[in-house]
Ligand binder design. Structure first.
Ligand SMILES: [Zn+2]
Ligand SMILES: [Zn+2]
Ligand SMILES: [Zn+2]
Ligand SMILES: [Zn+2]
Ligand SMILES: [Zn+2]
Ligand SMILES: [Zn+2]
Ligand SMILES: [Zn+2]
Length: 1754
């Protein structure tokens, strides 16, 4: 259909282009009814431009629209050519000082923690970099899209509101100036006209709801039957559902369906079919039918093409308006005016209102276009921002309920603009006073929560999924309330007071609905059947926490408001608990002659709720009153007399008792929901407005009532009254052995009650309770957190409550209390408590959890022991209470308290007869300590004439009263001091007694004169102390020794694997010291060591014994014995690759014989170095396999290793392995028995070998042509002259045992399988090549690592590496014995022919395209296959040496050919040396041979330097290779790092120091060889510049350079859009650290098919870039991602740290991040060492959840 339309459309296009914009505009200028004229124009042209076919043509449509529709408008507006008109407007404009840049998704935004008014104030990167805030404490986040830069908004910043760019105009903008003055009257009038028409048109068409009918004034004369089937986005259906449905409904391919689905998701709608009405209707019904089964169906409309056309143009128009107003602030103001002008229908009829009210009906794309227009117009104009804010507030309730019922995310809703409006302080204030915004928001919120119980409280039980969904959306209203309150008023007007208090009333109504919600009853007998819903209520509480705090902050600012609020709150509380005594039996309690009336109420039997927001708000306000002056100056203003302390304390007390009972195990049957609630009640997120306030409320109550009464009520609520009111009750209840549980329960309850009393007296660090300020409060929190252990910054932040600005106030005090310790290569920076702060430690700090408390206690005692102090942890000295709370301290010396103390001490004294606990006693001691500290302070502060009323010391000296006649508390303490069973508390009791004495002394002396403490008894004591201290010190030493021994023992007991894991995880720590094993090679006298050739240093045979890690048996490595194997891991590698675009396309046909020097795909072998018997391993592997199969059948679990692919974990170190390497003796010694002195020279040797090869080739040919007569055949063989001593019919016997042979095959096949990614086939001729290749590649990669780290070649290598290289080399050398002899010979011939050409091999690669080290290894290791048939006396060693020389020569030529690209260096002054002239001569030869294509002769010095540098890596690799092959120890010189060791290497390798001599010595043949090399066509092409070649030395690959500042990465990624879905922003931009490619990860759009499976962009990339292994940085998350294969992956700590030495995975904290070079190097090292896969394996073993992640979709 499309193609038929094409020519017609083109014809139309041509005719359209003939219209002139100027003419049209001219017509419009003349028009009497402009609106009609323009509408006619649009009605005619829009359908001709847009929507001409099934698919949009954006470029063409845009071009035509500009020409025909927008052009005329621009002409009209300017009254001249807009190309001149607009620049003029722009020039006349005084540009705004607001930046207003609208953020893209993922763009970095910055906020200043010092200067931003609230955290929603942000800057774009450009403004930030030009602002003063870059040196402040800033926070960085990535934008979720929407929102704009606040640069230039003076209300957003306390300081520095302008960046350099936007500052320029500030002096001019003294006062608001009407921007219209810069425009001429004409322009104003015309702009007004055109804007009014166009804006109205856009609004009308976008909100148009009919599907086949246009507005009357746009209706066309003739109408085609062309429709679109339009599919709309919703958040209910998944991608898969949509894709599947579309394939069915419109018959498209999966790819098209994905395209449709992606666009629908992005733009909110997409036409999926074009055609006549029937055709579209049909598709619609299929879609609806297919998606309506479980959920509501997808929204589909069949729309007439002309409507869609107009809507598309409407969107275009809105963007156009947005760009036009950018030219001038005046134009912008006109647009605002047009938009807000009330329409003909009165209220809510302006264009802006119409758009807002239709928001939830519009599709995503339309919404974001008009939201952006609003942001760039209404929100950028100060005058209209206000008017718009009013419109927004007026529509608020409607917009919110639209949003709640809509299913789009908040960022796509107009409601989301609230953050832009409400956070502007002046606007918020205005909206509160003029529009009563607070009340509106709260009422709207309440309106959405309709479920209430009989008492009118919220009820969340049995919430359906839909309601829960709605509830989540409703919470955004709380956020709005927060925005409104976030900036506090600096000045109060009566209006503001009134409206705030009105809002406060509404807020109290809200809290009232929460007071007592979710009540619970203790479950006895049976467990609860279903966990009750508790999360909704807590979510509400959590979300409101900041709002409640902010309400209090507002109240605190104005006394009048505070008093009113207090009264209102009290009234509501009284309503809530009005008559809480109703229907209850009053009871009377009495102890020690005091009695009080209360109600009978048991937490354990009746309903109790944890939600008491009204009480807690009142507590908060009470503290504020206490802080203010009113309370003291005008107490009559306060309703204090109305307060009934017993009523105030009742509910908070119940709540605390509930916690105590839960702790005592009494509520076990109520399940986890209760445990969770108690947890959150104390949690840092909630406690400020829950637990903390309950404590305050009790403090308030105690300070207003008789402490004895309070204590009795408390005893009664704790259900402990009986125990303390009945003498000897304790004795009785302990004897009831049958109720052990009850005893235990009561003990815990008593402990908890004492703890509560400690808190009531001791917690006075909230300003208003005690005489402290906010800094003291935060300091104390930090001190106590750090008393537990040193902490990282983030850990500390997490443990402190944040305010609405996400600030904890920590930075201001941290320096005063802690030292910072920088992090090392791992770990984080840590804060450590300063020692002098330890004295402020309070063991019973109320924010400690139980675990924290015991940890802190242990840590503090340990510290004291280390400092050789006694281990008492006495209560710290406390600040005084504020006057309103001052009487609270009397609780400590109240009769009931003393009675409780005495009773418990009594139990402890008669310790056998009673049920008591040490913690109980410890708490009593702490309380006594607190009382003593209190008394001491009173003595300190009291002025002479006053009498100290706090007389605790006197009271505890008195014995108990009848009838008990118990001894005094003091006496009991003295008794307990020596009790052997209280050893731990001895120090504390001693401290108490000492303090008591000191106070007593002071009291006695103060009556005469204020003398300082008398020294007498102290002196006396000190000698005793000394003695004691000495004993203690010795005991301490003994203890430490004991501890050390214990530690060592447990260390030894730790699982063997654990121990070794650590050892081996440090993989290639090359500076390993003791473990190094070079020394196990035999000691040879210090003659010159030679690694190869006939002159090879002879090494005495060494016997090697190894132990199997599985059966622990020791065995010698011998040719004929059972095979011993090393666990090994073979992997493909591109670590050394110089060409990442190259990879093996068809592995079945790939010929790996010659490795290209770009090393684009190698095979690496690694090993953990653990040795097993081959049969032990086999058995182990079989069992792993069987277990895995069973497991997979049972539950389809993944493991970190893939058994089907032969993977297993080393049984000792759990290192990932996929095969084993056999251990062998040096294989050359086995075959190289005879050593004849008379060996051929190179030339002669080459000739001999060539002859042998020729003979073989003839033979081979004969064999392959069997059709010729056999007689003739044999004739030929006879005719063939076999070289002397060559016996091709001879087949040597394989010396190895069966088991070793089997392992040779096993490892060979594994290398072949993994290296080529093919199915295993041990017969494949490529198996030996892969073995040699892996050997060569592994040596090369290790040589690179050593060079990069400046390590000596033969320095101490870690065992595992040494073992691996030795076994690998020897294996590769022995492998030919299990391969077909003729196959290996063929390989040798072909390899040999690449250097010494023969007639048989035509198209061999040229020497530029051969990696010489791979060639060397191949030739040397294949050579025995030929040599074994040679009985002429040429030794293997001779062959090795000649091969080595030959390859070295080829390499030198290769280097010379490729190194001449750089410019001629300066001429050396010195006379040319021997080497230089030699190399110059050689170069000249090359010059000749290449037909002078080679560049002009550079200097000899230059050439020699190139040769020397270029050949070094090759020499080093060769030295390693021959060292491991022949076992000749390395010369000691090369074992240390230092100079390049060129000479030593040459000596070791039996090379002349002047390498060029190789050519001179063999001049007869070298000339021929060089000629043949240089005549290759590829060499010519290279020299003529037609192709590239690798030059030497090859540089090591590095990971890409990362920027120092992380935000520049974020910025880079935010500019990155998905390469597949046309300019769409990528959601998870991910950077390949190997090649620097940015990928669109974890998203449908970029999934591709790989080996029949859909994989994400990252996985796909690893296949081309890292042959399956990848290292990525997920930019939005700041997380390093390791991938290997499709199923393996892990996250790794990123190389970016904040100033506190911490990483920020997930970018949650937003601190500035900087590159840590060392950590990045560590990642690079892992890569170089091929340890990524191993790292993933270890991570997955340690964290099983990693195994379940769908790595392939990333
Ligand atoms: Zn900006
Ligand atoms: Zn700026
Ligand atoms: Zn700042
Ligand atoms: Zn064994
Ligand atoms: Zn191991
Ligand atoms: Zn994509
Ligand atoms: Zn890459």
């Amino acid at each position: 259909m499309a193609s038929e339309l094409e020519p017609e459309v083109q014809a139309i296009d041509r005719s359209l282009l003939e219209c002139s914009a100027e003419e049209t505009a001219g017509k419009w200028l003349q028009a009497t009814d402009l609106t009609r004229e323009v509408y006619q124009h649009l009605a005619h042209y829009v359908p001709k431009i847009y929507c001409r076919g099934p698919n949009p043509f954006p470029q063409k449509e845009d071009m035509l629209a500009q020409h025909l529709l927008l052009g005329p408008m621009e002409w009209y507006l300017c009254g001249e050519d807009p190309a001149f008109g607009f620049p003029k407007l722009e020039q006349a404009n005084k540009p705004s000082h607001l930046c207003g840049r609208v953020f893209k998704v993922g763009e970095p935004t910055y906020s200043c923690r010092d200067c931003a008014v609230d955290p929603t104030c942000v800057l774009c990167m450009e403004c930030f970099l030009g602002s003063i805030h870059r040196d402040h404490r800033y926070r960085m986040t990535t934008s979720g899209g929407g929102g704009f830069c606040d640069c230039g908004d003076t209300e957003a910043w306390k300081e520095g509101p302008y960046c350099q760019k936007h500052e320029l105009n500030t002096p001019e903008i003294e006062e608001e100036e009407d921007p219209l003055v810069h425009l001429s009257e004409d322009v104003i009038a015309r702009t007004y006209n055109i804007f009014a028409i166009m804006f109205r048109y856009a609004v009308e068409i976008l909100t148009w709801e009919k599907e086949s009918e246009l507005p009357a004034d746009l209706e066309m004369v003739e109408k085609n039957d062309t429709y679109y089937c339009m599919l709309f986005n919703d958040e209910v259906h998944t991608y898969e559902q949509v894709i599947y449905t579309l394939q069915k409904a419109v018959n498209c391919t999966q790819k098209e369906a994905i395209g449709f689905a992606t666009t629908v998701d992005r733009d909110g709608r997409r036409s999926v079919r074009y055609g006549d009405f029937q055709h579209c209707e049909q598709a619609k019904s299929v879609i609806v039918r297919n998606t309506s089964r479980q959920t509501k169906p997808l929204k589909v409309q069949v729309m007439h093409s002309s409507i869609v056309a107009h809507q598309n143009f409407g969107l275009k128009l809105l963007s156009w308006l947005g760009s036009i107003i950018g030219y001038s602030d005046g134009l912008r103001r006109i647009l605002c005016q047009v938009g807000l002008q009330e329409g003909p229908d009165g209220e809510n009829s302006s264009l802006v209102d119409r758009l807002m009210l239709n928001d939830s009906k519009l599709w995503k794309g339309a919404r974001s276009v008009y939201h952006q227009l609003f942001m760039s117009s209404l929100l950028m104009d100060l005058k209209y921002k206000k008017l718009f804010a009013v419109r927004f507030a007026k529509n608020y309730e409607r917009l919110q309920s639209d949003y709640v019922t809509d299913d789009h995310d908040r960022e796509f809703s107009i409601a989301d603009l609230s953050v832009q409006i409400f956070t502007v302080p002046s606007l918020a204030r205005m909206l509160i006073t003029q529009e009563n915004l607070m009340t509106i928001i709260i009422k709207a919120f309440m309106g959405h929560l309709r479920h209430r119980d009989a008492q009118g409280r919220f009820q969340f039980e049995r919430y359906t999924a839909l309601q829960a969904f709605k509830f989540r959306r409703v919470q955004s209203l709380i956020l709005d309330l927060k925005y409104v309150l976030i900036s506090k008023p600096t000045e109060w007007t009566d209006d503001l007071r009134q409206k705030f208090l009105e809002g406060f009333d509404a807020f109290l109504e809200l809290l009232k609905c929460m007071q007592g919600m979710d009540p619970i009853t203790r479950q006895v007998g049976q467990h609860i059947e279903m966990e009750p819903e508790w999360e909704a209520a807590f979510t509400l509480q959590m979300k409101l926490t900041h709002v409640i705090s902010m309400m209090q902050d507002w109240c605190a600012l104005d006394e009048k408001v505070l008093i009113e609020a207090y009264k209102k709150c009290l009234a509501v509380l009284m309503q809530c608990h009005g008559g809480f005594t109703d229907g209850e039996q009053p009871i009377t309690l009495s102890i020690c002659g005091h009695s009080v009336e209360t109600i009978r109420y048991c937490v354990s039997q009746e309903k109790v709720s944890i939600h008491l927001p009204v009480s807690r708000l009142l507590a908060g306000l009470h503290v504020l009153l206490s802080k203010s002056e009113v309370a003291y100056k005008f107490p009559e203003l306060l309703p204090l007399s109305e307060l009934s302390p017993p009523m105030l304390i009742e509910h908070p007390l119940r709540c605390l008792v509930l916690c105590a009972q839960v702790h005592a195990g009494m509520w076990r049957r109520n399940g986890f929901s209760l445990v969770n609630q108690i947890y959150y009640y104390h949690n840092v997120k909630c406690r400020r407005e829950m637990f903390d306030k309950d404590i305050v409320m009790l403090q308030t109550g105690v300070s207003m009532m008789d402490p004895n009464h309070f204590l009795m009520i408390m005893l009664s609520r704790f259900e402990l009254y009986q125990i303390f009111s009945t003498p000897d009750y304790g004795k009785r209840f302990s004897s009831e052995i049958t109720h052990k549980d009850v005893v235990q329960q009561n003990n815990t309850l008593i402990e908890e009650m004492l703890y509560l009393i400690i808190m009531l007296v001791g917690e006075r660090f909230s300003p208003g309770v005690g005489q402290v300020n906010a800094t003291d409060e935060i300091k104390r929190e930090i001190i106590h957190q750090l008393s537990i252990k040193p902490m990282a910054h983030s850990e500390l932040v997490k443990s402190l409550p944040e305010d609405e600005n996400k600030e904890t106030g920590m930075e201001s005090v941290i320096e005063a209390v802690a030292h910072f310790k920088k992090p090392g290569l791992t770990g984080r920076g840590m804060y450590e408590l300063k020692p002098e702060c330890a004295k402020e430690f309070n063991l019973y700090f109320y924010h400690f959890s139980r675990a924290e408390q015991s940890k802190a206690e242990e840590a503090q005692r340990k510290l004291k022991r280390q400092n050789r102090e006694d281990t008492a942890l006495p209560p710290p000295v406390l600040p005084p209470f504020c006057p309103l709370f001052a009487s609270l301290v009397n609780i400590l010396q109240s009769d009931v308290m003393l009675c409780i103390m005495r009773t418990i001490l009594q139990w402890a004294v008669e310790h056998n007869g009673y049920a008591w606990s040490e913690s109980m006693l410890q708490r009593v001691l702490h309380l006594i300590g607190m009382a003593l500290q209190e008394e001491k302070q009173h003595l300190d502060s009291v002025t002479e004439e006053h009498v100290v009323t706090f007389t605790f010391t006197q009271k505890i000296s008195k014995p108990g009263e009848a009838p008990n006649n118990s001894p005094s508390i003091l006496a009991m303490l003295e008794t307990l001091q020596n009790a052997p069973y209280l050893d731990v508390h001895k120090d504390m009791i001693r401290w108490i007694l000492k303090t008591f004495n000191a106070i007593k002394k002071r009291r006695e002396s103060s009556s005469t004169s204020p003398v300082a403490e008398t020294e007498g008894p102290i002196m006396e004591e000190s000698s005793r102390d000394k003695d004691k201290a000495e004993r203690k010190r010795k005991a301490e030493i003994a203890r430490l020794r004991r501890e050390k021994i214990m530690a060592q023992m447990s260390e030894m007991q730790r699982h063997f694997i654990d121990e070794n894991k650590e050892l081996f995880q440090q993989t290639l720590e090359l500076d390993a010291s003791a473990s190094a094993v070079l020394d196990n090679s035999p000691v040879v006298s210090d003659m010159t060591l030679t690694a190869l050739g006939p002159a090879q240093t002879q090494v005495p045979e060494q016997r090697q014994f190894v132990t199997c890690i599985l059966c622990q048996e020791e065995q010698e490595v011998k040719v004929e014995s059972k095979a011993m194997v090393l666990a090994a891991f073979v992997q493909r590698s591109t670590v050394l690759s110089k060409n990442r675009s190259k990879f093996i396309h068809d592995p079945e046909k790939y010929d790996p014989l010659f490795m290209h020097p770009d090393l684009s795909c190698g095979t690496h072998t690694g090993s953990c170095g653990h040795i097993m018997h081959a049969h032990c391993w086999q058995r182990y592997f079989d069992s792993v396999q069987a277990k895995e199969q069973r497991r997979q059948q049972r539950l389809r679990l993944h493991t970190s290793y893939d058994v089907e692919n032969g993977e297993f974990l080393c049984p000792l170190c759990e290192c990932l392995s996929n095969t084993v390497i056999p251990l062998l003796l040096p294989p050359r010694n086995i075959f190289n028995g005879l050593n004849i002195s008379d060996q051929p020279k190179l030339t002669q040797w080459i000739r001999t070998i060539s002859q042998q090869i020729k003979a073989l080739q003839v033979l081979r040919k004969e064999e392959s042509t069997p059709n010729t007569a056999s007689s003739k055949n044999s004739e030929n063989i006879d005719e063939l002259q076999l070289p002397e001593g060559f016996r091709p019919d001879f087949h040597p016997k394989n010396p190895y045992s069966e088991s070793i042979k089997e392992m040779l095959t096993t490892f060979g096949t594994a290398t072949f399988k993994v290296g080529l990614k093919v199915h295993p086939n041990e017969e494949d001729p490529r198996v030996p090549i892969m073995c040699w290749g892996s050997c060569a590649y592994t040596i090369q990669s290790i040589e690179r690592i050593l060079s990069d780290e400046d390590k000596p070649l033969f320095g101490p290598l870690p065992c595992r590496l040494d073992d691996c290289l030795r076994s690998l080399t020897r294996f590769a050398a022995a492998h030919w014995t299990v391969a077909s002899l003729s196959v290996v010979q063929t390989h040798f011939c072909k390899l040999f022919a690449s250097l010494v050409p023969d007639d048989c091999h035509g198209d061999l690669p040229c020497i530029l395209d051969i990696d010489m080290f791979h060639l060397l290894v191949g030739l040397v290791l294949a050579f025995p296959a030929l040599q074994c048939q040679d009985f002429s006396g040429i030794s293997l060693g001779t062959g090795d040496l000649h091969i080595f020389h030959l390859v070295t020569m080829a390499h030198i030529v290769q280097i010379l050919l490729t190194s001449c690209t750089e410019e001629n260096g300066m001429e050396q002054e010195n006379p040319a040396g021997e080497e230089e002239s030699a190399v110059l001569a050689l170069y000249k030869t090359l010059h000749q041979c290449t037909g002078s294509a080679l560049k002009e002769t550079p200097s000899g010095w230059h050439l020699w330097r190139n040769v020397k540098n270029g050949i070094m890596p090759f020499l080093k690799c060769s030295a390693l290779f021959f060292h491991y092959l022949n076992g000749v120890p390395s010369p000691p010189e090369i074992q240390v790092s230092g100079t390049s060791h060129f000479e030593h290497l040459c000596n070791y390798l039996s090379l002349p120091n002047n390498l060029i001599c190789l050519f001179q010595e063999n001049s007869e043949i070298t000339k021929l060889l060089i000629e043949s090399w240089c005549h290759h066509i590829e060499v010519k092409r290279y020299l003529e510049g037609e192709r590239d070649a690798i030059s030497y030395p090859r540089e090591s690959n590095k990971l890409i350079d990362l920027p120092e500042d992380y935000s520049s990465l974020i910025n880079q990624a935010s500019n990155f859009s998905c390469p597949k879905s046309g300019g769409d922003k990528s959601r998870a931009p991910t950077l390949c650290l190997v090649c620097g490619t940015l990928l669109c990860s974890q998203s449908y759009c970029c999934q591709t098919e790989l080996e029949g499976e859909d994989v994400g962009a990252c996985t796909a990339h690893t296949y081309s870039c890292g042959s399956g292994v990848g290292i990525f940085l997920r930019v939005r998350e700041c997380q390093v991602l390791f991938l290997a294969g499709k199923t393996k992956g892990c996250f790794y700590s990123p190389p970016y740290l904040d100033d506190y030495g911490e990483t920020d995975q997930g970018l949650r904290r937003g601190n500035p991040l900087h590159l840590c070079k060392e950590r990045f190097k560590k990642i690079q090292k892992l890569w170089h060492q091929h340890s990524i896969t191993e790292e993933i394996g270890h991570a997955q073993e340690a964290n099983q959840t990693l195994v379940g992640i769908d790595w392939q979709h990333l």
